[in-house]
Design a protein. Structure first.
Length: 293
């Protein structure tokens, strides 16, 4: 008797089955809006970040730390943990800040009224324009930078929701899905490798928000930091120009600090659940808090 499952035939009308969804079944649902009342905390700095250290969340912490490194004191921020696995993103305060219930969210209190900014690309652009930094000033450079910024926003769902999901998180392994998205992931890696053969950074010779947006996804993948052994599976070492760029950015102090903010997994010394002052990197990591230091 064959154990091969019968081919799936979609019904005429899709019905939500709560039992489906694998690792994320408890937080996936086909409707929007809040599930519970919970206001967002507000710290003392004008910039309030509500996030988690996923690739999309990391973009914004890198940006803020880079701005502080450049001397922009106004970029000081409070970073609050949003535990997406526990459904914090469906609290009423978070949904008010982002009706799409996705991290990261930035609330800018520096003006007459709080300004919500959601979607990581929008946050990077808001901060670049606010502080006049990390965005080329000439038209050609700015256009190239924004093209790569929006390339990332459009491409990463194929890497994360496509390849990453079926390669790592899906409850079953499906050859068709993994092959389909592995092929697309490698095509995207090749796009980046060919671009980085032409210039030091994505927008040209200067580091910019384009690099900050792309690195947490594709740089981290190239260096084997996400999706288990995906770097070996996709042979990312073959993309030599991408490797050069990925390693160069990984060495930046602001990028190294990014691993810690709103991180709740990995080594305790690398977990800074909340960030309110620069000194928190030295005094508030989980290894010190649990040791009572």
């Amino acid at each position: 008797m064959s154990n091969t499952a019968a081919p799936y035939t979609p019904p005429k009308v899709w019905v939500w089955n709560k039992a489906n969804g694998g690792q994320f079944a408890s937080i996936n649902r086909p409707i929007a809006g809040a599930t519970h009342e919970k206001e967002l905390p507000v710290g003392r700095h004008p910039l309030q970040l509500y996030s988690m250290a996923t690739p999309n969340g990391v973009k914004v912490t890198v940006m803020l730390e880079e701005l502080l490194s450049l001397g922009h004191a106004g970029a000081e921020y409070d970073a609050w943990m949003i535990r997406i696995g526990e459904g914090d993103q469906f609290g009423s305060g978070f949904v008010q800040a982002n009706p799409n219930s996705k991290i990261p969210v930035l609330v800018d209190h520096s003006g007459a009224a709080p300004l919500r900014v959601f979607e990581s690309g929008a946050i990077l652009l808001h901060l670049a324009e606010k502080f006049d930094a990390l965005l080329p000033k000439d038209l050609a450079g700015r256009t190239e930078c924004l093209s790569w910024l929006f390339w990332q926003m459009a491409s990463a769902p194929y890497l994360g929701g496509g390849f990453g999901h079926f390669y790592v998180y899906a409850p079953e392994k499906f050859e068709y899905a993994i092959d389909r998205f592995a092929m697309e992931a490698k095509r995207q890696l090749d796009v980046l490798d060919q671009r980085l053969a032409q210039s030091a950074y994505l927008a040209g010779e200067d580091y910019s928000i384009a690099d900050i947006a792309v690195w947490p996804w594709y740089g981290a993948l190239a260096l084997g930091q996400i999706y288990g052994n995906a770097a070996e599976f996709l042979q990312t070492q073959d993309y030599v120009h991408l490797q050069r760029w990925a390693q160069q950015i990984a060495a930046r102090p602001a990028v190294q600090r990014r691993r810690m903010v709103n991180r709740s997994w990995g080594e305790l010394v690398e977990q800074l659940h909340e960030r309110h002052e620069a000194s928190d990197f030295d005094t508030q990591t989980q290894d010190k808090l649990q040791a009572g230091v």
